[in-house]
Ligand binder design. Sequence first.
Ligand code: HEC
Length: 140
Amino acid sequence: MALCVFVLMLVQAVAPGPASPLDYGSFKSKVQPLLLEKRPGHARCATCHSRSTAFRLQPLPAGRTAYTEEESRKNFEAASRMVLPGVPLKSRLLTMPLAHEAGGTEFHPGGKHWTSQDDPEWKALADWVKNASRDTPHGQ
Ligand code: HEC
């Protein structure tokens, strides 16, 4: 445990960027809007996932259509916990809302928002996760 903390501190000390290998800027501009988007037949991700779910986004107060910087940072942290950097198909953020036939999980209580890995929205999420791969041994 102590060794882990030490290694983590060392990594943070030598790494040029922030601790997360995931990019905050592209999360904010490309991923977060998809979590707020209304798709036919489905509720918005953020509608369910700002309440009692384990994947917890910040609630967007009535009348607001955009998150503040602080809320975006918290959403970035919440979404980051649901992904394995570099590996979209091992990231629950991507597999839960993806159709089972297309490589997603068998079931997601919030429904299957994407039917194919070629869906441009799903690809945008996948790019965010893939672009973190340079720092991870399993990335490609
Ligand atoms: C109708 C409500 C609803 C909607 C809409 C919804 N979800 Fe979910 N989702 C759930 C519930 C309920 C669970 C399982 C309970 C939990 O995670 O606490 C879940 C689980 C998840 C998990 C796994 C959480 C974990 O801890 O393993 C992820 C990731 C996720 N959803 C992402 C999304 C994304 C991304 C969207 C939009 C594309 C979305 N969900 C839309 C209700 C919803």
